[in-house]
Design a protein around this ligand. Structure first.
Ligand code: DGY
Length: 328
């Protein structure tokens, strides 16, 4: 059978049930690594396997594909974002790339919502003040934040994650605005009572909270630039559960430090794993360590998608979650 000859290498420690299934289905080389492999080790793995189950942090760039040899045929990414993979270079070397869309959207949306509540309501400052013994009893002026209900939420990238955020936000009494390249299906737009803005620039002055859920691509790098931050209201907040490089972090930090912007809740950073020092120190910023999809359920379901994509490919079919070059 075809799959028994397929050699699968995993670049990072995956959930136990997924590893067990990989072992039972394929000739699988597992990994104990919790951090990305050094590049030479990654290339060695690729040279010796047809399939690489890779993940965020693996630098699968043009140089990798040049050096990986011609055995490698599939990269089954454990994760939705594929900005660490040069999709055009993969295609040029005859390598199919898949990801794990959908399964983590609800958990990512929970994290966006948590940040959207935590920043205006000063959740982390409150916890810290209590832990530091600063709570002397209720007081009319202590720990004042800003009300969430009634605010206008602008979502850039109203895809699976963005729509899951919008659904939650409606429950919290937020009005939904969005910017995509194209408007979404009118039925979904109507259900969310969402207002479409054909340009990102036009949406910015008309919202109170900006939530970023578009993919990181060369076009979206520093999408939230200094110029665009200045279009937001001084009372606005920014939330990001997508990729850090969509925001110019230096510009964001400067705007928050100067009072030009109210605050931010970020699960992703421009130079991961290093958080921006000024953002880390700011009382108006909540940073979480890229953990939006960190639930047992999401991680197992991401693993299931990896298994399905590999199995379909090994059986000679097109795997369901293919990234199509040019549409990624
Ligand atoms: C993804 O899937 O790309 C997340 O950022 C990591 O889970």
């Amino acid at each position: 059978m075809r799959e028994t000859t397929m050699r699968v290498a995993v670049t990072r420690k995956l959930p136990d049930p997924i590893e067990a299934r990989l072992k039972s289905l394929f000739d699988a080389t597992l990994s104990e690594a919790e951090t990305p492999l050094p590049q030479p080790a990654l290339i060695d793995l690729a040279r010796d396997h047809q399939i690489l189950a890779a993940t965020l942090g693996d630098a699968l760039d043009a140089d990798f594909f040049r050096k990986a040899g011609d055995k490698l045929k599939l990269i089954a990414n454990f994760g939705a974002g594929v900005d660490h993979i040069d999709i055009a270079a993969a295609a040029a070397h005859g390598v199919t790339v898949t990801n794990t869309p959908s399964v983590l959207a609800e958990d990512a949306a929970d994290m966006a919502m948590a940040l959207m509540l935590a920043v205006p309501r000063r959740l982390v400052s409150g916890v810290r003040a209590l832990e530091d013994g600063e709570f002397k009893g209720w007081s009319p002026n202590w720990m004042l934040g800003r009300r969430v209900r009634g605010k206008r939420l602008g979502i850039v990238g109203l895809g699976r994650v963005g729509q899951a955020i919008a659904t939650r936000a409606r429950g919290f009494g937020l009005a939904i605005h969005y910017h995509n390249r194209q408007p979404i299906n009118p039925h979904i737009e109507e259900a969310l009572q969402a207002t479409y803005w054909p340009t990102f620039d036009a949406m910015l002055p008309n919202i109170d909270i900006l939530s970023i859920s578009c993919p990181s691509t060369p076009e979206t790098r520093h999408l939230l630039s200094a110029g665009r931050i200045s279009r937001l209201s001084r009372d606005a907040y920014v939330v990001n559960v997508s990729r850090g490089d969509i925001i110019d972090e230096d510009a964001l930090a400067a705007a928050i430090e100067s009072g030009r912007l109210a605050g931010a809740g970020l699960d992703v950073f421009e130079r991961e794993p290093e958080p921006h020092a000024k953002l880390l120190a700011s009382p108006n910023v909540v940073l979480t360590p890229h953990m939006a999809s960190s639930t047992v359920e999401s991680r197992n379901e991401m693993g299931e998608r990896v298994l399905i994509n590999i199995k379909m490919f090994a059986d000679g079919h097109k795997p369901p979650d293919r990234i199509i070059p040019g549409l990624d």
